[in-house]
Design a protein. Structure first.
Length: 476
């Protein structure tokens, strides 16, 4: 291992960060280190088995591609778990797990005076609780037909005292996206910790997998029990994202330990327990053994109430903000899918109102809603269509695009087409490579990067691409 290997790794990390975004990067790659580098093989280490298998199954290709764009001769990445690696002088004696363990920052108070003080934020932090949004409280939750039961159950759980008989365990709330699951779960957490009777720990499934489980694994069995003893209510959001056999085993273990000890468990997911295919039968039946409640879609009336609540909340910070009732009625009618889009529509109006100073009109609302619906439901674009439209635009044939010809008049259109395939479809890089005459995924990646860079500086190309996108997305 040389100094330049370390430097190369730093550059690879920059690439990963740029491609994956800061959140993903810091979740999976921040604690990765380079151990050795020889004959085209890079050995890298991570602190836990779980991280290793996660990176292997989700990011192996990406990691290799990033290395290859740094150095074409790299052909293989070998991932190892750090404790199994003999520490060399170049390996920093940093403990990746300890970092994760303390990584869950929490926003105690939104700064607007509405946050509820946490009973013991220290414990929440130490156990790696996920960040909470101070706006997601019971006060701000609008109750309607579709969520009455879920709301009542959530309230009951939030206000139960230590030693009260547990009425339903776990409480399992499921609903489609944007229907208020996270809102209810965080409301339970705020309220429970505000009362201070029982510690409530809120974790997303991702946090559970990465922070909590790996933290527990680094502890002794005794410390594990000790940690659990501190938790009165364990809240897990988005359970459908819980993946991997060993994580599920840890989850099952934790669930049983808590329920058997009379602690409350609350879970949210986008589907009922019976549809969590990857979960083992025993866990599924344990989940189904408490109270399972579904939150139905928000009716128009409820949508209108949510909008009104939002407007008055916004007014606390923006006193001049006002949305006439007909506009609210229109949004409640038009935005049918979920609460997130209601918020999006209002935010757009608020932004326009702030920027232009114009009062909010129905036309503005129509535009906001239209803009919202388009990106939410992108038309499925086919790679063949991309090839056809690009070929026509640049006056080459589709077979030119797929050929191995490297003349400038086909290279650029081919890169544009690959770029569009990456941005407009969900196809992977290798798949796109195959569809472009059996090219390697690194070639596709190179094309995508190339166009991304050019678009930043070349207005004409940016516009061309914008037009191509429109053609592909708007035309049936
Ligand atoms: P989910 O977790 O089910 O995808 P969220 O809890 O994130 O949905 O809700 C999406 C948005 O809609 C949030 O801003 C939330 O506050 C809002 N929302 C959903 N249902 C309600 C409700 N009944 N009252 C107030 N706001 C709601
Ligand atoms: Mg959610």
């Amino acid at each position: 291992m040389t100094k330049t290997d370390q430097e190369r790794w730093l550059r690879v990390k920059d690439r990963l960060r740029a491609e994956l975004g800061e959140d993903v990067f810091s979740s999976w790659f921040a604690s990765m280190e380079i151990e050795a580098c020889e004959a085209g093989a890079i050995r890298q280490s991570v602190p836990t088995r779980f991280l290793k298998s996660w990176v292997q199954s989700h990011y192996a290709e990406r990691l290799l591609a990033c290395w290859q764009s740094e150095d074409k001769d790299v052909i293989r990445i070998e991932l190892v778990v750090r404790s199994a690696v003999l520490k060399t002088a170049t390996t920093k004696p940093k403990n990746g797990e300890a970092e994760v363990f303390n990584g869950g920052a929490i926003r105690h108070n939104g700064g607007d005076g509405r946050g509820i003080p946490l009973g013991d934020a220290g414990a929440h932090d130490a156990l790696g609780g996920s960040p909470l949004d101070p706006r997601l409280t019971f006060d701000n939750f609008v109750v309607g037909r579709s969520n009455t039961l879920a709301h009542a159950a959530a309230r009951q759980v939030a206000t139960a005292k230590r030693g009260d008989p547990v009425m339903f365990n776990p409480l399992y709330i499921h609903a489609g996206v944007g229907l208020g699951k996270t809102h209810l779960l965080q409301a339970i957490t705020w309220t429970g910790n505000g009362i201070g009777e029982r510690k409530v720990l809120y974790l997303t499934a991702e946090k559970f997998m990465y922070g909590f489980v790996s933290a527990l694994r680094s502890q002794t069995a005794l410390a594990f029990k000790e940690a659990l003893r501190g938790i009165g209510v364990l809240v897990i959001d988005d359970l459908q994202f819980l993946q991997g056999k060993s994580t599920q085993a840890e989850f099952c273990h934790t669930l049983n330990a808590l329920i058997d000890a009379g602690r409350q468990v609350v879970i949210a997911s986008d589907r009922p327990p019976s549809d969590l295919e990857s979960l083992d039968d025993r866990v599924r039946s344990r989940l189904a053994g408490g109270l399972v409640v579904e939150v139905g879609s928000l009716g128009e009336e409820l949508r209108l109430e949510i909008l009104k609540a939002r407007v008055s909340a916004a007014r606390a910070h923006h006193p001049g903000f006002d949305v006439p009732l007909p506009v609210l009625n229109y949004i409640a009618k038009a935005v049918t899918h979920n609460g997130r889009d209601l918020e999006g529509a209002l935010n757009q109006l608020l932004a326009q109102n702030k920027l232009t100073g114009h009062p909010i009109t129905l036309e503005m609302a129509e535009r906001a809603v239209r803009d919202l619906v388009r990106p939410m439901e992108p038309k499925r674009v086919k790679i063949e269509d991309i090839q056809r439209v690009v070929a026509r635009q640049y006056n080459v044939s589709r077979s030119d695009l797929l050929s191995s010809r490297r003349t400038a008049n086909v290279v650029r259109p081919r890169q544009v087409a690959m770029y569009l395939a990456k941005t407009l479809t969900l196809r992977s890089l290798p798949e796109i490579g195959r569809r472009f005459g059996g090219r390697d995924h690194t070639t596709v990646l190179h094309a995508v990067r190339k166009i991304e860079n050019l678009v930043g500086n070349d207005m004409a190309l940016a516009e061309e691409i914008e037009i191509l996108k429109r053609q592909l997305q708007d035309n049936p």
